[in-house]
Structures are given as structure tokens and as C-alpha cells.
Design a binder for this molecule. Structure first.
Ligand code: DQA
Length: 150
């Protein structure tokens, strides 16, 4: 992939958005959220490319990050992997581009086990607690970072 490419990666159970607890995750499906991001990306970065990937499997997500390591940035909602996956944290550390971690809910205000996030330190910025707007903020931030670094 070229240097003007952004990846949007979603981990386990996020394929079920729309059917999961709307109080935590909002009512939008993952396809709807991805469409919002695609539209905003088209406006903000018309010459770039944005790719969407979702998997329920830790290894598949790590393979994807390794395979696409020439992309200029990524936005990731690791789902529950955020709370325990040192393997994913290392894969993120080894990805050279800009990295934004996203959560729909505010994981600091839920069960205590969710307040531990091991992937956080491997990312440059975290956006959470604003449902789909967490992704929108992450996209705006990452494009701003890339513009500033040109
Ligand atoms: C989540 C929060 C995680 O704790 C949870 O396991 C998810 C979604 C969020 O977007 O709020 O699957 O990452």
C-alpha cells in the first residue's frame, strides 16, 4: 500500500455492532460506521485510500497489521483484546505509521477489568466514550498528523 493509506481495524465482536448493548456502543452497525468514515475520508483526503478490516481472531489482526506495515496510519478498536493482548500491543509497536486507538464506550467508567488497556501505550493517541464519534475524532486526528508531517 502507498504512504497515503489509512487502515481501520476492528477486533472481536465489533462485527455485531447494532445488536450489542446500545447504551455502551450506540445503535450503528459497523458497516454504517465505516461508511461514515469513508465519506469523511473522501472529503478530507480525496487522493488517499482507506481500508477496513474486521476479525474476531487475534492472529488475523496481527497478520493484517504486519502485511500492511507500509500504510501511513491506522485506527484500531481492538475490542476486548485491548485488555490483555501483549501480542497485539507488540504488533502495534512494530507498525511504523501513526496509530490511534478507539473505543465506543468509556472503558475507564465500566468494570474494573476494562480499565486495564495494554494496547494503549503502543498507540499515539486514544479516543473513547463517544460512540461512533470516537472513530471520527481519530480519523480527523490522524489526517491532521499526516498533514503536519509532510
Ligand atoms: C470496546 C470496549 C471493550 O471493553 C469491549 O470488549 C468491546 C468494545 C469499545 O469499543 O467500547 O468489544 O472496545
Amino acid at each position: 500500500m502507498t504512504t497515503s493509506t489509512i487502515l481501520v481495524i476492528n477486533g472481536p465482536n465489533l462485527n455485531l455492532l447494532g445488536a450489542r448493548d446500545p447504551n455502551q456502543y450506540g445503535a450503528k452497525t459497523l458497516d454504517e460506521i465505516n461508511q461514515i468514515l469513508q465519506n469523511e475520508f473522501n472529503t478530507l483526503s480525496p487522493s488517499g485510500k482507506i481500508y477496513f478490516f474486521q476479525s474476531n481472531h487475534e492472529g488475523a489482526i496481527i497478520d493484517f497489521i504486519q502485511q500492511e506495515r507500509t500504510a501511513s496510519g491506522l485506527i484500531i478498536n481492538p475490542g476486548a483484546l485491548t485488555h490483555y493482548s501483549y501480542a497485539l500491543a507488540d504488533a502495534l509497536r512494530d507498525f511504523p505509521g501513526k496509530k490511534a486507538e478507539v473505543h465506543l464506550s468509556n472503558i475507564l467508567e465500566r468494570e474494573t477489568w476494562r480499565a486495564v488497556f495494554v494496547t494503549r501505550d503502543a498507540c499515539d493517541q486514544v479516543f473513547m466514550g463517544k460512540r461512533e464519534d470516537s472513530y471520527r475524532e481519530a480519523l480527523a486526528w490522524i489526517l491532521g498528523q499526516l498533514k503536519a508531517s509532510i
